[in-house]
Design a protein. Sequence first.
Length: 173
Amino acid sequence: MSENLADHFAALARGADRIRDGVTDAQSALGAMEATGHGGGGLVRATVSGQGRLVALDIDPSVIDPQDPRTLSEMVMAAVNAANETMAAQRAERMNELTGGLAEIVDQLHGSLAPGGSVEPMFPSRRPGSRRPPLQFPSELPDIPGMPGMPGAPGGNGRPGGGNGAKGPDRRS
Protein backbone atom coordinates (compact mmCIF):
# COMPACT_ATOMS: atom_id res chain seq x y z
CA MET A 1 0.00 0.00 0.00
CA SER A 2 1.46 3.33 -0.92
CA GLU A 3 2.31 5.77 1.83
CA ASN A 4 -0.20 8.28 0.46
CA LEU A 5 -3.00 5.69 0.52
CA ALA A 6 -2.00 4.63 4.05
CA ASP A 7 -2.17 8.27 5.13
CA HIS A 8 -5.68 8.54 3.65
CA PHE A 9 -6.81 5.42 5.52
CA ALA A 10 -5.28 6.68 8.78
CA ALA A 11 -7.03 10.03 8.37
CA LEU A 12 -10.26 8.19 7.61
CA ALA A 13 -9.91 6.11 10.80
CA ARG A 14 -9.22 9.22 12.90
CA GLY A 15 -12.24 10.91 11.36
CA ALA A 16 -14.42 7.89 12.09
CA ASP A 17 -13.34 7.96 15.75
CA ARG A 18 -14.17 11.66 15.98
CA ILE A 19 -17.56 11.07 14.39
CA ARG A 20 -18.37 8.19 16.74
CA ASP A 21 -17.56 10.37 19.73
CA GLY A 22 -19.81 13.18 18.51
CA VAL A 23 -22.81 11.16 17.32
CA THR A 24 -24.81 11.37 20.56
CA ASP A 25 -24.44 15.14 20.76
CA ALA A 26 -25.29 15.50 17.10
CA GLN A 27 -28.42 13.37 17.43
CA SER A 28 -29.79 15.49 20.26
CA ALA A 29 -28.81 18.71 18.47
CA LEU A 30 -30.49 17.57 15.24
CA GLY A 31 -33.59 16.57 17.18
CA ALA A 32 -33.85 20.02 18.75
CA MET A 33 -33.47 21.85 15.43
CA GLU A 34 -36.37 23.52 13.66
CA ALA A 35 -36.59 25.10 10.23
CA THR A 36 -39.23 27.34 8.72
CA GLY A 37 -40.26 27.74 5.09
CA HIS A 38 -42.64 30.12 3.37
CA GLY A 39 -45.13 29.77 0.54
CA GLY A 40 -47.44 32.17 -1.24
CA GLY A 41 -45.11 35.11 -0.79
CA GLY A 42 -44.94 34.57 2.98
CA LEU A 43 -48.69 34.17 3.49
CA VAL A 44 -48.18 30.51 4.49
CA ARG A 45 -45.46 29.51 6.94
CA ALA A 46 -44.49 25.93 7.85
CA THR A 47 -42.06 24.81 10.55
CA VAL A 48 -40.53 21.32 10.64
CA SER A 49 -38.54 19.65 13.41
CA GLY A 50 -35.21 17.88 13.11
CA GLN A 51 -37.13 14.61 13.02
CA GLY A 52 -38.97 15.82 9.91
CA ARG A 53 -42.30 16.43 11.61
CA LEU A 54 -44.46 19.41 10.75
CA VAL A 55 -44.65 21.26 14.08
CA ALA A 56 -46.36 24.48 12.99
CA LEU A 57 -48.41 25.71 10.06
CA ASP A 58 -49.55 29.32 9.89
CA ILE A 59 -51.92 30.43 7.14
CA ASP A 60 -52.87 34.05 6.58
CA PRO A 61 -56.70 34.18 6.49
CA SER A 62 -56.60 36.25 3.29
CA VAL A 63 -55.49 33.19 1.26
CA ILE A 64 -58.34 30.96 2.42
CA ASP A 65 -60.73 30.84 -0.52
CA PRO A 66 -63.34 28.07 -0.42
CA GLN A 67 -63.70 28.41 -4.20
CA ASP A 68 -59.96 27.79 -4.77
CA PRO A 69 -58.60 25.17 -2.34
CA ARG A 70 -55.92 24.09 -4.83
CA THR A 71 -54.03 27.39 -4.56
CA LEU A 72 -53.96 27.11 -0.79
CA SER A 73 -52.73 23.50 -0.94
CA GLU A 74 -49.95 24.54 -3.35
CA MET A 75 -48.90 27.32 -0.96
CA VAL A 76 -48.86 24.87 1.96
CA MET A 77 -46.81 22.35 -0.03
CA ALA A 78 -44.37 25.08 -1.07
CA ALA A 79 -43.95 26.19 2.55
CA VAL A 80 -43.44 22.63 3.84
CA ASN A 81 -40.99 21.80 1.04
CA ALA A 82 -39.04 25.01 1.71
CA ALA A 83 -38.89 24.15 5.42
CA ASN A 84 -37.65 20.63 4.64
CA GLU A 85 -34.98 22.02 2.29
CA THR A 86 -33.83 24.45 4.98
CA MET A 87 -33.71 21.59 7.50
CA ALA A 88 -31.69 19.44 5.10
CA ALA A 89 -29.19 22.29 4.65
CA GLN A 90 -28.93 22.74 8.44
CA ARG A 91 -28.39 18.99 8.91
CA ALA A 92 -25.72 18.94 6.21
CA GLU A 93 -23.94 21.88 7.79
CA ARG A 94 -24.08 20.24 11.23
CA MET A 95 -22.82 16.93 9.85
CA ASN A 96 -19.99 18.70 8.02
CA GLU A 97 -18.98 20.33 11.31
CA LEU A 98 -19.06 16.91 12.94
CA THR A 99 -17.13 15.11 10.22
CA GLY A 100 -14.62 17.92 9.82
CA GLY A 101 -14.01 17.42 6.12
CA LEU A 102 -14.16 13.63 6.20
CA ALA A 103 -16.05 13.70 2.91
CA GLU A 104 -12.99 15.26 1.25
CA ILE A 105 -10.78 12.44 2.58
CA VAL A 106 -13.23 9.85 1.26
CA ASP A 107 -13.24 11.56 -2.14
CA GLN A 108 -9.43 11.56 -2.23
CA LEU A 109 -9.34 7.93 -1.15
CA HIS A 110 -11.97 7.00 -3.72
CA GLY A 111 -9.94 8.56 -6.49
CA SER A 112 -6.68 6.86 -5.48
CA LEU A 113 -7.92 3.27 -5.20
CA ALA A 114 -8.13 2.16 -8.80
CA PRO A 115 -8.88 3.48 -12.25
CA GLY A 116 -12.52 4.48 -12.17
CA GLY A 117 -12.40 4.80 -8.38
CA SER A 118 -13.51 1.26 -7.58
CA VAL A 119 -11.89 -1.31 -5.34
CA GLU A 120 -10.77 -4.38 -7.22
CA PRO A 121 -10.01 -7.09 -4.63
CA MET A 122 -7.82 -9.98 -5.68
CA PHE A 123 -7.04 -13.30 -4.08
CA PRO A 124 -3.47 -13.34 -2.72
CA SER A 125 -2.37 -15.89 -5.32
CA ARG A 126 -3.63 -13.68 -8.14
CA ARG A 127 -1.95 -10.46 -7.08
CA PRO A 128 0.92 -9.32 -9.25
CA GLY A 129 4.24 -10.51 -7.83
CA SER A 130 2.63 -13.10 -5.55
CA ARG A 131 4.89 -15.95 -4.41
CA ARG A 132 1.94 -18.24 -3.85
CA PRO A 133 0.91 -20.45 -6.72
CA PRO A 134 -2.76 -20.32 -7.65
CA LEU A 135 -4.94 -22.97 -6.04
CA GLN A 136 -5.14 -26.10 -8.16
CA PHE A 137 -7.99 -28.55 -8.02
CA PRO A 138 -7.56 -32.16 -9.11
CA SER A 139 -9.18 -33.06 -12.39
CA GLU A 140 -10.29 -36.38 -10.89
CA LEU A 141 -12.11 -36.48 -7.58
CA PRO A 142 -11.35 -39.42 -5.28
CA ASP A 143 -13.98 -42.09 -4.67
CA ILE A 144 -15.81 -41.52 -1.38
CA PRO A 145 -17.95 -44.61 -0.75
CA GLY A 146 -21.40 -44.00 0.69
CA MET A 147 -21.58 -40.27 -0.06
CA PRO A 148 -24.61 -39.57 -2.26
CA GLY A 149 -23.66 -37.65 -5.37
CA MET A 150 -19.96 -38.22 -4.69
CA PRO A 151 -17.46 -40.53 -6.38
CA GLY A 152 -18.02 -44.13 -5.40
CA ALA A 153 -21.66 -43.56 -4.48
CA PRO A 154 -24.53 -45.06 -6.43
CA GLY A 155 -25.26 -42.75 -9.33
CA GLY A 156 -21.68 -41.61 -9.77
CA ASN A 157 -19.59 -38.72 -8.59
CA GLY A 158 -22.02 -35.88 -9.03
CA ARG A 159 -20.61 -34.96 -12.41
CA PRO A 160 -22.95 -34.68 -15.34
CA GLY A 161 -23.29 -38.16 -16.80
CA GLY A 162 -22.35 -39.88 -13.52
CA GLY A 163 -19.57 -42.47 -13.40
CA ASN A 164 -16.38 -42.42 -11.42
CA GLY A 165 -14.60 -39.78 -13.41
CA ALA A 166 -12.56 -42.26 -15.42
CA LYS A 167 -12.80 -42.44 -19.17
CA GLY A 168 -14.33 -45.58 -20.56
CA PRO A 169 -16.43 -48.18 -18.76
CA ASP A 170 -17.00 -48.03 -15.02
CA ARG A 171 -14.01 -49.73 -13.34
CA ARG A 172 -15.95 -50.91 -10.29
CA SER A 173 -16.95 -54.59 -10.09
